[in-house]
Design a binder for this molecule. Sequence first.
Ligand code: PNS
Length: 164
Amino acid sequence: MITAICPGSFDPVTLGHIDIIKRASKLFDRVIVAVLVNLDKKPWFTVDERIDFLRKSIKDIKNVEIAGFDGLLVEYAKQRNAAVIVRGLRAVSDFEYEFQMSLTNNKLNPNVETVFLTTSSENMYLSSSIVKQVGMLGGDISPFVPECVREEILLRIKQRSNLK
Ligand code: PNS
């Protein structure tokens, strides 16, 4: 049985993330979607909110579980007996960062392999920051996020932008 981890900030989840998670769930026996800390980013949503959005968005996929962890990804992979890390690759611009992460993780724990799934062409441009920008400026985020969490995400984006 092969367990894979789909790690990320998911701040918030996008249709691009869902596409990668669904495809990973067909390749591996068990997929753990892990909401982790990216020290280079300042999250807009709490870990609990991000987990909640993810849970609602993929509740119908049986072999996928959502979790949060605030340590090293490779440490979490070890704890959960995961042999694979799955990341989505959008464009060349993602490559350097992903390559660096993959090599670092491999140095820290050579037993975990990183596997890249090429994003679907309709999600090439999509990112969580795009969702936040469009939502904050009053645009329609429905092409970018799962419908079941759209209103909640929008509400939180608006609340946050009112605080600024
Ligand atoms: O969605 P993101 O922000 O591109 O995901 C990056 C993430 C969260 C997977 C990465 O920052 C991470 O693995 N964080 C956990 C801490 C860790 O292991 N850092 C070393 C990775 S080289």
